[in-house]
Design a protein around this ligand. Structure first.
Ligand SMILES: Nc1nc2c(c(=O)[nH]1)N[C@@H](CNc1ccc(C(=O)N[C@@H](CCC(=O)N[C@@H](CCC(=O)N[C@@H](CCC(=O)O)C(=O)O)C(=O)O)C(=O)O)cc1)CN2
Ligand code: MET
Ligand SMILES: [Zn+2]
Length: 767
């Protein structure tokens, strides 16, 4: 018999039940028991789905009220001392304080939170590998201690057992846990904490064993990264000691190939290994060559990072070779946790039948595993229904006229090699733009979005439910745009924006308007905490049937004689935050999106919009996990951005915006984007990030964010003056812009107005 299992199931619920319960709980509308009841209902449902699909084990340990790393911070008892929790504070209260700080900070556009005057700022958030999911970063100091400090995991195991399920518990492995954390004191190495951490893991494993758990999945995805030698060397001794607990460990790796860590990983004293066979099918045979005869190998053959229905014939062929070599030691699973895909395709009633037949969400992916198991253990005929549907879908996708568009292919084939170059050098453009816009020194602007109020979202929801006409909706959004423009004029900002009221999300909005994209009604994926995104699905060649933003932007421009900045999302970010085609390289899709955005940029210019921002917040996150692949990525990603930006005259000023820090290792690539102005997130690092730009002699203009938009706290004029002076030490003052860190969509109006008033005052003080 072939064993099938899942590395993790989405926890938000098929109708985002967890999101709504969390937000009600945070608003004080429901109590902890009621929140816990929702959590339990979801676990029960999700285990049942796994059982129905024929999985041999249900996964326990993948549920979290906010984040799986945060669960481990409590499980391992390493809540940072700075939170100063007393014994009396209940675990769940501590949990949300760690996640959200004390300022009741729920909303945040990008990652992270800021220290405020009270000193209990939340843990930092950062991207989980190359996904759009954010985890909470453990903080380590030389004084960090570990102890088994939460019974949640064991309670959930008992809960599943009581329902009669066979349980596989899952844990994040000790090396991955430490590696993904952050050292908060100098001259200390978090790897030194391992000695202390191992006994706690030992205790957890021992307890699970006593509960009758046979298998523990222990996630070590960092084995797919370039690891420092000390970390590689730590693996064997650590796992030797964990092995002593006497419970079967399934070491799970995903998001890439093991490469230089392959031998090391295969030799670890564990009972089984899981590898990602979607991103790295080439490693299957090498791994089997080196696998001891007593170990099981779990092949992640179903794509956990994308929404395409599997080609079951192809998957079966790949698996049969492994089956012949491994026999019953072969396990099958999705490539990684299914938390990165939406829950259930059956909720999508608006997709046409053809497109729907190409897709599989989490529930359907488990059914695909079930079909593979039947085909291997019995016969393909016994799983005929699933196999024939898969075959039909594969053929229809290959042949569909909706996928291939010869206009797009022709345009790309005839694209001049210099299509990614502006007409003249930045220095010339700068002269022309300065005389055109006549902006003061330290010009002020914002990053694009203004508060997405309840009223805005309610109007959009009403429009979607046909309770508001298209005209009514347009009027409502125009009123919001007018409100934001007037506020900006009153505040004295120099370069205005329309405020993005009409956008549900900066990527979904464009996906809804481009050909080659489909969008779902309910395809939510957790981004962090209670916040979700609905990534569009790129299924075909991308093109732009008509202008997407010109009417809104022109309306905004008609309200003022000041420059109105057009606002677009860049090709790399649209690519990164969508589900993408798996039948052509990402680079080809990026190029197609770039051409669509280029057309929009040109149309905005023709509509007399002189300043256009093309946001690329995801350019850093799109970096491949292995350094060896960076160069190729940066080359095509940079070209895609430049193609989108280069259709305009020298007098048109192109801005770009990036958040999520850590640009220093890719500065040459950022400079090569050749945007006239870049606005970046820097305030949380006290402008330290900017030093890299200074050292590198970054040639173009820069707006280092002078305050953090993730916090409702209102920054003072003085602190922004200080930050700007600090910036002026490394960047020539005449190249500096003044702006917040990121968009203001998750903020409320009162704090937004107060903060911007202080920001404008800071710019004036500097002038
Ligand atoms: N795609 C993407 N990825 C990203 C980011 C991003 O902005 N976009 N930023 C970073 C992550 N930050 C994020 C910040 C906020 C939210 C966020 O607020 N998400 C909203 C959903 C946003 C959205 O699409 N809103 C819809 C409304 C969706 C909705 O739930 N409407 C309600 C009704 C609302 C009402 O009646 O008031 C419903 O249908 O039930 C809209 O504006 O139209 C949420 O979870 O609540 C998500 C990610 C990194 N990755
Ligand atoms: C995550 S970057 C956001 C950029 C976008 N223009 C905004 O202001 O919201
Ligand atoms: Zn941003």
């Amino acid at each position: 018999m072939t064993t099938i299992h899942s590395l993790g199931f989405p926890r938000i619920g098929k109708n985002r039940e967890l999101k709504f319960a969390l937000e009600q709980y945070w608003r004080g509308e429901i109590n902890a028991e009621s929140l816990e009841a929702t959590g339990q209902e979801l676990r029960v449902q999700h285990w049942q789905i796994q059982k129905n699909a024929g999985l041999d084990y249900v996964s326990v340990g993948d549920f979290a009220y906010y984040d799986q790393m945060l669960n481990h911070i409590q499980l391992l008892g390493c809540e940072p001392n700075r939170f100063d929790f007393t014994e009396q504070v209940p675990e769940l209260n501590r949990y949300f304080t760690l996640a959200r700080g004390v300022a009741n900070e729920a909303a945040s556009c990008c990652s992270g939170h800021t220290p405020d005057n009270q000193g209990t700022w939340a843990l930092e958030m950062t991207k989980w590998f190359d996904t759009n999911y954010h985890y909470l970063v453990p903080e380590f100091t030389a004084d960090t201690h570990f102890k088994l400090n939460s019974s949640r995991l064991f309670d959930e195991v008992a809960e599943a057992q009581a329902l009669g399920h066979k349980v596989k518990a899952s844990l994040i492995g000790p090396l991955t846990f430490l590696y993904l954390g952050k050292e908060k004191t100098a001259s200390f190495d978090r790897l030194d904490l391992m000695e202390q951490l191992i006994p706690v893991y030992g205790e957890i494993l021992f307890k699970l064993k006593k509960m009758g758990v046979e298998w523990v999945q222990i996630d070590e995805p960092i084995l797919c990264l370039d690891l420092p030698v000390e970390w590689k060397a730590a693996y064997e001794p650590v796992y030797n000691r964990l092995n002593a607990a006497g419970i079967k460990l399934l070491l799970a790796t995903y998001f890439g190939a093991l490469e230089d860590n392959l031998v090391l990983t295969c030799n670890l004293p564990v009972a089984g290994l899981h590898i990602d066979a979607v991103r790295a099918s080439q490693q299957i045979n090498h791994v089997i060559d080196r696998l001891a005869h007593y170990k099981v190998l779990s092949l992640g053959v179903i794509d956990g990072r994308n929404i395409w229905r599997a080609d079951l014939d192809q998957a079966l062929a790949a698996v049969e070779i492994a089956r012949a070599r491994l026999g019953e030691r072969l396990w099958l699973a999705p490539s990684c946790s299914l938390q990165h895909v939406p829950v259930d395709l059956s909720a999508e009633t608006a997709l046409d039948d053809e497109l729907r037949s190409w897709l599989a969400f989490a529930v359907q992916k488990l059914e695909e595993l079930g079909a593979l198991k039947v085909a291997i253990d019995q016969s393909v005929a016994s799983a005929e229904h699933a196999f024939s549907a898969s075959r039909t879908a594969a053929t229809s996708r290959r042949q569909s006229t909706r996928v291939h568009n010869s206009d797009v292919t022709d345009r790309i084939a005839s694209l001049p090699t210099d299509a990614d170059q502006r007409r003249s050098h930045f220095k010339n453009r700068q002269i022309l733009q300065r005389s055109r816009f006549k902006l003061p020194l330290f010009p002020t602007t914002s990053i694009g979005s203004f508060p997405q109020t309840k009223e805005i979202r309610a109007a959009r929801a009403a429009y979607k439910r046909n309770e508001l006409t298209a005209d009514g909706y347009t009027k409502a959004m125009q009123a919001e745009i007018e409100l934001s423009v007037n506020k900006q004029i009153q505040l004295g900002l120099d370069v205005l924006v329309h405020g993005e009221a009409e956008r549900n999300d900066m990527v979904e909005y464009f996906g809804e308007q481009l050909d080659g994209f489909a969008f779902t009604q309910n395809g939510w994926v957790q981004s962090y905490g209670s916040r979700c995104v609905k990534p569009p699905i790129i299924f075909g060649d991308v093109s732009r049937p008509k202008a997407m933003t010109v009417t809104w932007t022109s309306f905004a421009q008609s309200l003022t004689s000041q420059p109105m900045k057009g606002m677009l999302t860049g090709p790399v970010t649209i690519l990164q935050w969508s589900f993408v085609r798996n039948d052509q390289p990402r680079s080809s899709t990026a190029l197609q999106i770039a051409l669509a955005i280029r057309d929009e940029v040109v149309d905005l210019e023709q509509a007399n919009i002189g300043i256009i921002q093309i946001d690329e917040p995801a350019i850093r996150e799109g970096l491949p996990l292995r350094r060896a692949d960076w160069k190729a990525y940066l080359a095509w990603a940079g070209r895609a951005f430049r193609i989108s930006a280069s259709g305009v005259s020298d007098e048109t000023q192109i801005h770009t915006h990036m958040c999520y820090s850590e640009f220093n290792d890719i500065l040459p690539a950022i400079a090569s984007l050749d945007a006239d102005v870049i606005t970046i997130e820097t305030s949380r690092s006290d402008m330290e990030l900017l030093r890299g730009f200074g050292d590198f002699n970054y040639p173009n203009e820069i707006g280092p964010g002078v305050y953090d938009i993730h916090s409702p706290r209102i920054p003072t004029t003085e602190e922004m003056v200080r930050l700007l002076k600090k910036a002026a030490e490394v960047i020539p003052a005449e190249n500096l812009w003044v702006n917040p860190d990121c968009g203001l969509k998750t903020r409320g109006w009162p704090e937004t107005e107060a903060a911007l008033a202080n920001m404008v005052a800071a710019a004036k003080a500097l002038r």
